[in-house]
Ligand binder design. Structure first.
Ligand SMILES: NC(=O)C1=CN([C@@H]2O[C@H](COP(=O)(O)OP(=O)(O)OC[C@H]3O[C@@H](n4cnc5c(N)ncnc54)[C@H](OP(=O)(O)O)[C@@H]3O)[C@@H](O)[C@H]2O)C=CC1
Ligand SMILES: O=C(O)[C@H](O)COP(=O)(O)O
Length: 466
């Protein structure tokens, strides 16, 4: 089917019980073009709107989201099966994100540079650089944080004076709709944000190659990120992609702390987080003890419905669960030991701990996006660093040690955007720098960095003549 022939609706069903929740239009090429044209027109006056008024819109939007947090939390849980408490927390976190973005947007300043800072210059020129919006930002978000990772693109884009084309994950589009309704109720100029629904596989190419789009802020899988990068030209890119975050546990680590952080980092929302801990690299001498502690904690996880706030819930779809099971089966066939779990019931995978995982197993390298934790035993910290860095990904890493020297030496060697010392891998707080190296991304996020990525420098030079 080509995009030109589309006009049908896409039904959104619950990943938990298959209930039909609603539908969103699969927009045609012409509909998308008309929306983008309107956004382009509106952006011109939005860019001239004082930043304090742009920030006011964000504050009002945040207030409305907070008032609607239970209702939106309800939609998130229905649509992506996130535990209800975590869904409401996601809305609250988004509110904080938007408010902080408004504040940072107000503080974004230019830079004054005198020419005589450069050798041999007589000082007759002054550059006054300010930040200008890029124009139209294409925001493409994934399913797993359907409001937070969408607002994390829209808020910086808007406060900086841009128009936005917002393409939500299809499984996440109902949440996106609720978020956009709140933005409209807060006073969003009509048409400034084009809400572009439709499957990425169908409308994606048209969006990412659209000549009116100046910048693409994408969060999702490395496969789709690679595809977009190949297809676009002359657009700036900010990509947050997949990960295979290791937790490295050295001999002198506090093993109780390590086990607690690793289990929470690996299994919350069933491991459907880019920053989930996706492998453990533990020194042989403490591996038995650590595995026993991990086992005990994983046994304490609840499995079931997101409405009961279970720790481990059904995955986003059957295809994803089948993929996770495939990784488990491959490892077991190659002699990994199943310490716990390994069962699949439709799209629910029981929390799984695999020991004695080796480098020939797919689960050592591939991102499951599910509740499976492989343990790889290593004989030295050098081996841990080698295996950590052999990954195609480089999002985050955790390092557990009581030795401050090792902490900094090893952290320095790890190829990742962030190394967490004695803590689980995680993105927040959201004003921290957040980035992936290698296959985990391009560019940097974190509130200030996101605003910067959606603006360009405009320099006006004053030439003084005697
Ligand atoms: N580093 C980070 O910050 C994060 C990374 N991720 C990564 O995202 C993945 C899980 O999220 P998931 O939603 O499944 O990721 P996908 O890559 O499948 O989808 C992400 C978004 O891209 C859209 N899309 C799909 N195909 C195309 C295309 N050809 N052109 C343009 N857009 C397209 C999707 O639309 P549609 O839904 O319609 O297919 C969706 O909106 C994991 O790999 C995870 O690690 C997730 C969150 C954070
Ligand atoms: O999408 C993701 O997985 C997030 O960017 C990770 O956020 P978190 O570390 O706060 O869960």
């Amino acid at each position: 089917m080509t995009i030109d022939t589309l006009s049908e609706m896409i039904k959104i069903k619950s990943p938990v019980n298959g209930e039909e929740l609603g539908e969103v239009p699969s927009l045609s090429k012409e509909q998308i073009d008309a929306l983008i044209e309107k956004a382009e027109t509106e952006q011109k006056s939005w860019a001239k709107t004082p930043v304090n008024q742009r920030a006011d819109l964000l504050y009002k939007w945040a207030d409305l989201l907070l008032q609607r947090k239970e209702a939106i939390g309800d939609i998130i849980t229905k649509e992506v099966g996130k535990p209800y408490k975590a869904s409401v927390t996601e809305v609250e976190r988004t509110v904080d994100f938007i408010r902080y973005t408004a504040e940072d947007g107000l503080r974004m300043d230019g830079q004054l540079t005198r020419s005589n800072q450069f050798p041999s210059d007589n000082g007759s020129r002054i550059s006054m650089a300010t930040r200008k919006p890029v124009g139209i930002v294409l925001a493409i978000s994934p399913f797993n944080y359907p409001i937070n990772l969408a607002a994390a693109k829209l808020a910086p884009a808007l406060v900086a004076g841009n128009g936005v084309v917002f393409k939500p994950a299809t499984q996440g589009a109902l949440t996106g709709q609720a978020m956009i309704e709140a933005l409209k109720d807060a006073g969003l100029p009509d048409g400034l944000v084009a809400f572009a629904t439709g499957r990425g596989s169908v409308i994606g190419d048209h969006l990412v190659q659209h000549p009116a789009v100046h910048m693409i802020s994408f969060t999702g899988s490395t496969a789709v990120g690679n595809d977009i990068a190949k297809k676009t030209t002359m657009k700036s890119l900010s990509f947050e992609l997949g990960g295979k975050d290791p937790a490295i546990v050295l001999e002198d680590a506090d093993l109780d702390l390590a086990a607690k952080e690793i289990v929470s980092g690996a299994f919350s929302y069933s491991g459907q987080r880019c920053t989930a801990i996706k492998r453990v690299l533990v020194l042989d001498s403490v591996a038995d003890q650590l595995v026993a502690k991990l086992k005990e904690r994983i046994e304490g996880l609840s499995v079931g419905s997101p409405w009961d706030n279970a720790d481990v819930v059904p995955l986003i779809d059957l295809k994803s669960a089948n993929f996770v099971k495939e990784l488990i089966d491959d490892a077991v066939a190659k002699n990994a030991k199943t310490v716990l779990g390994g069962m699949q019931i439709e799209n629910l995978i029981h929390p799984t701990l695999l020991d004695d995982v080796t480098e020939d197993m797919r689960v050592a390298w591939e991102e499951p996006f599910g509740p499976v934790l492989p343990v790889i035993r290593v004989s030295s910290k050098e081996e841990a660093i080698r295996i950590a860095n052999k990954s195609e990904y480089g999002l985050q890493a955790s390092l557990f040690t009581e030795n401050i020297n090792d902490a900094f030496v090893v952290a320095d060697e790890i190829e990742a955007g962030t190394v967490q010392l004695n803590g689980k891998t995680q993105r927040g707080p959201d004003h921290f720098p957040f980035l992936g190296t290698k296959g985990s991304g391009i560019g940097e996020q974190g509130i200030r960095k996101s605003i910067e990525s959606m603006t360009v420098t405009k320099s006006v030079v004053l030439n003084l003549h005697e």
